[in-house]
Design a protein around this ligand. Structure first.
Ligand code: BG6
Length: 478
């Protein structure tokens, strides 16, 4: 039994994203997204898996939300597919798409589950990509703000918690540096930073608009935060850690929370000739939005160890383990700045992600001391192979142990003064892992499907009952 107290109104939650669960990719007037197109390119996803059917949440949302209610879930974080609302990115509203999310929200509210809406989880309308290059063009800012404000108007009074961007650092890095996400550009540093600048402006203008429409609501962005450790006390390695933080973490979190880019990182990028152009007006929008955000959203999976990297050292374009064959992840880094190293104190998952529960408390404490903001843990979970037994049970004890250790660290972080208001596991049901197919499972609920398909029947895993108990006792069962 944990000796620490969890606040009474703590939001025990779980999360998902539209493309990864909904399916029905062209149903009821939905437009085509960048991901609908990207998955068609041979070799981009594991065994060519797509979200065309996903786990069919579009047709089974009532069953899924009932499972959440039976578990006692307090909040459900899900994303809205822009293409269901505005199939062409702007202009005419698709009433059927709107109705779908109205139903999801009403279903949650019926069971006293607090809906937490992500406005953008990586699926931009393809029409905007074809018309003007999507995130590469500043025109996207107004389209994004119009889409978001439309949703605020629709759901004000029903949805209190909103997330503007899911992992802006990831979708832009994989989209414009490693070519693993749409639009599949490789090593385009200049565009990468400019795209991020547009996304920051879209975020900032949206936050400002939000406060006018839902003044008592709460809004923030969800950042994929990988806290870092220096390999050792060699000053070169310690410096690499600082540079890694500025370039890979604070570059995003400082804009959300302070409304400015970290100066050392900006100087470095200027020297490289890849810094974004920032106007005075941009700076004041950033500042205004930073003064208005209500929390820092954190998606936490793992920590990074930093070591100095020679000028002719490893590049960011390393091979990533997308198969679940342990030991196939390659070392990555920025020449002259940092490279990653293994952490001998930690174990790893089958996809080579380090398992570091304490790193989550470290993340919370860094955010608290640096930004002094409430924290929403918007994702945390274990991707693993699961086995469905013949009696319909799934004994995912490894997931229970992973989550239990992480939750304990969240509770300790609260005890040490961090204002953590929500903890969402990734994910509620099994779903499509963008690059890793259906075999990398994250859910409390097993979905019977593989890369080719399946019955889509739902089964409760052992972890489902474990989380039910955690919620029921508000953490005291741990
Ligand atoms: C986060 C994303 O990066 O991590 C999710 O927000 C994603 O959409 C999750 O599924 C786990 O990553 P992966 O690559 O294992 O699916």
């Amino acid at each position: 039994m944990t000796k620490y107290q969890v606040p009474k109104d703590f939001l025990w939650g779980s999360a998902s994203a539209a493309y990864q669960i909904e399916g029905a990719h062209l149903e009821d007037g939905k437009g085509v997204s960048n991901w609908d197109e990207f998955v068609k390119i041979p070799g981009k996803t594991f065994e060519g898996s797509t979200g065309e059917t996903a786990v069919d949440h579009y047709h089974r949302y009532k069953e899924d939300i009932k499972l959440m209610a039976d578990m006692g879930l307090k909040t459900y974080r899900f994303s809205i597919a822009w293409t269901r609302i505005f199939p062409a990115g702007r202009g005419e509203v698709n009433e059927k798409g709107l109705e779908f999310y109205q139903n999801i929200i009403d279903e949650c509210l019926k069971y006293n589950i607090e809906p937490m809406v992500t406005l953008y989880h990586w699926d931009i309308p393809q029409a905007l990509v074809e018309e003007y290059g999507g995130w590469e063009n500043p025109k996207v800012i107004d389209d994004y703000v119009d889409y978001s404000t439309f949703l605020f108007e629709q759901f004000k009074g029903k949805v209190k918690y909103w997330i503007t961007m899911n992992e802006q650092n990831i979708f832009t890095s994989l989209g414009w540096l490693t070519a693993m996400h749409p639009p599949g550009k490789f090593d385009d540093q200049k565009t990468f930073y400019q795209v991020n600048h547009h996304a920051f402006l879209a975020h900032a203008k949206t936050v400002i608009a939000f406060k006018k429409i839902i003044p008592d609501g709460q809004i923030g962005a969800s950042f994929a935060y990988s806290p870092s450790y220096a390999l050792d006390c060699n000053p070169d390695n310690a410096m690499s850690k600082v540079d890694f933080d500025n370039l890979k973490n604070f570059w995003w979190m400082d804009v959300y929370a302070y409304g400015r880019y970290p100066k050392n990182a900006m100087t470095y990028l200027e020297k490289q000739g890849v810094a974004p152009s920032v106007t005075k007006e941009d700076e004041s929008l950033f500042k205004k939005a930073a003064s208005l955000i209500d929390f820092m959203g954190v998606n936490y999976y793992q920590t990074t160890v930093c070591e100095y990297n020679d000028l002719d050292g490893v590049t960011p374009y390393a091979k990533m383990n997308t198969t679940g064959v342990k030991g196939t992840n390659e070392q990555t880094g920025i020449p002259g700045v940092y490279k990653t190293a293994n952490n001998p104190y930690l174990t790893t998952t089958d996809w080579d992600w380090t398992i570091d529960p304490e790193g989550l408390r470290y993340a919370c404490k860094e955010i608290t001391s640096r930004y002094n903001l409430p924290i929403v843990i918007s994702e945390n979970g274990l991707g693993a192979f699961d086995t469905l037994e013949s009696d319909g049970s799934i004994h995912d004890l490894y997931r229970i142990s992973f989550l239990e250790e992480h939750v304990k660290e969240v509770i300790k972080a609260i005890d040490e003064g961090c204002d953590v208001i929500a903890y969402c596991t990734w994910s509620f049901t099994d779903l499509l892992s963008w690059l890793n197919g259906y075999q990398k499972r994250y859910g409390f609920v097993y979905v019977d499907r593989d890369e080719k398909g399946g019955s889509l029947k739902r089964y409760k895993k052992d972890s489902y009952y474990w989380y039910e108990k955690v919620i029921e006792t508000n953490g005291a069962s741990l």
